[in-house]
Design a protein. Structure first.
Length: 376
């Protein structure tokens, strides 16, 4: 018998420590609900589950992105619903004005409402926004990110839904006319050409001409009633017609020294036919406006159908994202979560073993005392 080394007690103490450690691990798993609380529990399982967690959180955010996209589409579609109502009212007014039981005064009053409705179309187009982004002025083109990874987008674009884009503006006076003539400008250096529009009878006239020049670069000024300038260079020259129909050109160089214009020509006045969006001031124009409004209504209907298709697609996208996230969560749970029943069984076993090892340690500590019997 030996007393310096109690091997039985040492073995019992080692087993008791191991059982207590195992019981502590079981208690940690049961209290957290996780099988993997640190990398040492399962290094490979931890790496796999962390990648899955990244995918799950990405899918959840993509779900929120898609819902935000639906909210944006609903904002635009709601505005287009009002646009549709306005166009239907404008068409109703055009049909009313097409009836010759209305006189000129009646049609003037109808035209006033048409013009106001046209302005409201522009206001809706200019002011319909989502998160400070304009939706209906033709500038919106964006991507809805609907996945957990790079490049998983849906591209969304919304066309211009303003009155001008729909060709349903109020009465406007504008148009085009062309005049062909040749003028040779002669001076010493040919540095500048000034063409003045004197007392124009048309508003917002856009006029242009072209010429050939050999070597000099010319700066051209177009003035309306002597106020305001438009500057261009080289082969772009503005030309205008004054009240008498005289096309006038003058050249100055070196601080105002004049040169002559050879080949000046006189032309007749150009009449610009008005181009109107929705004009109900006569039976003919009101009848023609009905077709224009039909086209506008079809355009808005097509845009709303497109937005509806986007929304339906995003609805299905949200359903798919939810299913994908659910399946990934189930897979991640199988890797990382603890089986409570199994772990409870392990803890109970370790608890019993720990108590048994404590009892055996106590008995092992009593064995050296038997040596005292030999010494009596």
């Amino acid at each position: 018998m030996i007393i310096n080394h109690n091997l039985g007690a040492m073995n019992a103490q080692r087993q008791m420590s191991a059982n207590q450690n195992n019981m502590g691990n079981s208690m940690e798993k049961l209290s957290s609900g996780l099988r993997i609380n640190r990398a040492g529990d399962d290094a490979a399982g931890l790496a796999i589950s962390e990648k899955m967690r990244g995918q799950i959180r990405g899918l959840e955010q993509a779900d929120r992105n898609a819902q935000d996209g639906i909210s944006m589409i609903q904002t635009a579609e709601g505005a287009l619903n009002e646009t549709h109502s306005i166009l239907q009212r404008m068409r109703e007014l055009a049909v009313q004005s097409s009836n010759d039981t209305n006189n000129g005064t009646d049609r003037e009053e109808i035209q006033k409402e048409v013009d106001q409705l046209s302005q409201e179309l522009d206001r809706i187009s200019d002011n319909t926004e989502f998160n400070t982004q304009n939706l209906l002025d033709g500038s919106f083109t964006g991507k809805i990110h609907i996945g957990a990874n790079t490049g998983q987008n849906i591209e969304i674009s919304i066309n211009d839904m303003g009155a001008e884009a729909l060709n349903v503006t109020g009465t406007q006076t504008n148009g085009t006319a062309s005049i062909d003539t040749d003028i040779d400008l002669v001076n010493k250096t040919g540095e500048a050409v000034n063409i003045v529009l004197a007392d124009p009878s048309a508003n917002n006239a856009s006029l242009s001409s072209s010429f050939e020049e050999s070597s000099n670069t010319l700066t051209v000024n177009l003035a309306t009633d002597g106020s305001g300038t438009i500057t261009s260079t080289k082969d772009q020259v503005a030309q205008a017609i004054n009240e008498s129909g005289k096309l006038q050109a003058s050249v100055s160089a070196n601080g105002g020294s004049a040169a002559s214009a050879v080949g000046s020509t006189s032309v007749g006045a150009a009449t610009l036919d008005p181009t109107k969006g929705i004009d109900v001031s006569s039976q003919e124009s009101a009848s023609a406006s009905i077709s224009t409004l039909n086209n506008a209504i079809e355009t808005v209907s097509a845009e709303r159908s497109k937005l509806g298709a986007y929304q339906n697609r995003l609805d299905h996208t949200i359903n798919n994202l939810g299913t994908s996230a659910e399946n990934l969560q189930a897979a991640e749970s199988r890797i990382r979560d603890v089986d409570m029943a199994k772990e409870m069984m392990e803890m109970t076993k370790n608890n019993i073993l720990s108590q048994a090892s404590q009892s055996m340690l106590a008995q092992a500590n009593q064995q050296p005392q038997s040596v005292l019997q030999l010494l009596q």
